[in-house]
Design a protein around this ligand. Structure first.
Ligand code: V4E
Length: 221
């Protein structure tokens, strides 16, 4: 299991020019995301994001923050611009985590057979429905700063956003990941001191304002 530490940014012409100078473009790809939740938003209200991307299930969920982290004001500011989520890709583990988050009773729970990738009966068993679907064109760059990737995303509903990201193992060095992200942001000339909205935030605000308002009210977005 890995943890994705990430800072989103709006990519202006200067940042793009710098990115092309200090990074190597490693390709462009297109993918469709479908996000799932119950009609009462049991998952997303707990900041848990279940999606299907290119036929594979993925779950992004919160990590626990160690008490020793983010000691100085500067470090806290840098950390506040970033998000960190655990990424789970094993379907059985995803189903277990989803059941825990929703406190689904084990009694009529999932069996090995309906935990298969192609058998989607587990979705209806857990009352999960698709609430968002969009396609992204992503250009990815690797940077001279070791382990840092920058993605430039263009969503089909008209939102563009960049992401500086570092993947670490669970329990890995978050502080070092935050420092790499901060150094990269400086190199790209990013000066913003506010968290930049992700694709989902903009999508929900536009297409599902009630869902968006609920997530805002519990500070998930
Ligand atoms: C974690 C999360 C959501 C799931 C989608 O995550 P995100 O990183 O925005 O999407 P994407 O396509 O870039 O995924 P990747 O390919 O990097 O794995 S939707 C909302 N959240 C929470 C969240 C938040 N509260 N604030 C910000 C700035 N981003 C995400």
């Amino acid at each position: 299991m890995s943890v994705e530490v990430e800072r989103k940014f709006i990519c202006n012409a200067d940042a793009l020019k710098m990115l092309e100078e200090i990074g190597a473009c490693v390709g462009e790809r297109q993918f469709k995301d479908q996000y799932f939740d119950t009609l009462k938003f049991d998952l997303t209200l707990k900041d848990t994001w279940l999606r299907k991307r290119k036929g594979c299930w993925e779950l992004k969920c919160p990590t626990t923050v160690a008490v020793t982290e983010e000691s100085s004001v500067e470090k806290s500011k840098a950390a506040a611009l970033c998000t960190r989520y655990k990424e789970i890709t094993d379907l059985l583990e995803i189903q277990l985590r989803v059941s825990e988050v929703m406190r689904v009773d084990g009694e009529d729970g999932l069996t090995e057979s309906n935990a298969q990738q192609e058998d989607e009966s587990w979705l209806s068993k857990m009352n999960l429905v698709c609430f968002a679907e969009f396609t992204t064109v992503r250009r990815s760059f690797t940077l001279e700063e070791e382990g840092v990737q920058v993605d430039l995303d263009q969503a089909d509903f008209g939102y563009h956003v960049g992401e500086i990201e570092v993947l670490i193992p669970e329990g890995g060095d978050v502080q070092s990941a935050l420092e790499k992200i901060e150094r990269t942001a400086r190199k790209l000339g990013l000066t913003g001191d506010r968290k930049v909205e992700g694709k989902m935030s903009v999508y929900l605000k536009r297409y599902h304002p009630e869902h968006y308002a609920k997530l805002l009210s519990v500070h998930v977005l």
